[in-house]
Design a protein around this ligand. Sequence first.
Ligand code: NI
Length: 260
Amino acid sequence: MQLVDTHVHVNFKDFLPDLEDVRSRWQKVGVTRLVHSCVTPGEFQEIQSIADKFPELSFAVGLHPLDARMWHSDMEAQIRELAQSDRRVVAIGETGLDFYKAENQTEQMESFRRQLAIARDLDLPAIIHCRDAASATCEVLQEFNALNPERPARGVMHCWAGTPEETQWFLDLGMYISFSGVVTFKNAANLQESARIVSSDRLLIETDCPFLAPVPKRGKRNEPSYVLHVAEKLAELRGETLETLAEQTTANAYRLFNLG
Ligand code: NI
């Protein structure tokens, strides 16, 4: 059985002491490919050197919405250049909108729109972070698609936590939906309902480690091997075998991120 963890941050200092052991554990449970996300372009070299050691890692480059205050036109050029500088870059992001606490909504929207344009120009998918901002995210995507009917936005709603209604909005926009450990939480009934309505060709799994460890590891540092718990929960919710769920989500990750 093969699994793809489509969203990790193993460059964070949480993993400094034992990344080799962490890797043995992801290999043991069958995680054969990983997509490393990127919070700021400043992380790029660090991520590259981790991928030099672990060839199963592909990665993204982009700016997280909570860091959108750093956005400027030079950064746009920088992201474009970095994305074209390394064949292991498979996505732009993470971008998107996070209105949970943020006051910089205008900056976030600008940075999101510009990164969608980079993704379009380089024919890469976008990794979209969306927290307390489903309708605004949907509007930005619809507006982008109206302006770019030939090259509509494509990508993944990562660490998805939306209601079934919101999930349907993004499915209608052609997005993939990626579930993290949040779907295993006791109080996640609404999200678990969302997991049931995603068609099997749009479903992805991720850990978003080191954050949000799934049950039964909740509260601990998260790591890629725990993506197995996300897969098990999704299989249970969807009434499928773990093997089928693994096969579908692996095929989807290969297709979206062109991992072949
Ligand atoms: Ni992330």
